[in-house]
Design a protein around this ligand. Sequence first.
Ligand SMILES: [Zn+2]
Length: 289
Amino acid sequence: MNRLTPEEERVIVHKGTERPFSGEFLYHREKGVYVCRRCGAELFRSEDKFSSGCGWPAFDDAVSGAVRELPDPDGLRVEIVCAACGAHLGHVFRGEGLTEKDTRHCVNSVSLDFRPAPPERTERAIFAGGCFWGVEYYLEQVPGVVSVTSGYIGGTVENPGYEDVCRRDTGHAEAVEVVYDPARVDYEALARRFFEIHDPTQLGRQGPDVGDQYRSAVFYLDSDQKAVAEKLTGKLRENGYDVVTEIVPAGTFYPAESYHQDYYRKHGTAPYCHRPVARFGGEASGPAQ
Ligand SMILES: [Zn+2]
């Protein structure tokens, strides 16, 4: 069971109602499944979601057996709860003629969580911007990113290890390989975020980490990625940044040792080595932590 915030508890346990037109899933349009916020049971599919105009997410069907109907204490409506854990979800209405199934599960966003469907296809991007722990930490938070792997690229020996790279005679950079869903995020958004979370004006170092393995580089996989990287570095120069980022074709990417993967998440700490800065004008494209 997930721990609930006070607002979640008010709705899920004490059968409250979130303010209309306030829920995070009201206009949500991604493919996937909505699950119980408390116990994680699958409740509603995105293909059954429709716009009812009533101010709460609406579904004209539920996952078979997942939602239980109970007479509401008000004597008029029919309450719906998670069949697995009894969490209050909302109410079900029939006979409104809104969809062919003539059913409206009117559900509080607060009672739900969302699991996106696995992407139909994925693409890759490779960036180097100092200590890979920090770059991985921030890029993992970008919606549409499927996975981020820390590793080494751009050197002269095969299968380098951390010790080799630290010795600085192999030429490798600490880098991350990002696998992403192009239906949810594009390369330009990822590259923009990359230029916000590290300082592209530092040569042969990044923050407290000094050495060529911490250099700033975009390792492009095709000419489109190269063009995007050149466009963004051009914008940064217009904004007064003396960019030193290398834009070079990607060779083989070697994943780092497993203890380097998800470093900050495993240790429950935040990066010492990177801090997002809005370098393109306006606001940064992601959270500051
Ligand atoms: Zn549940």
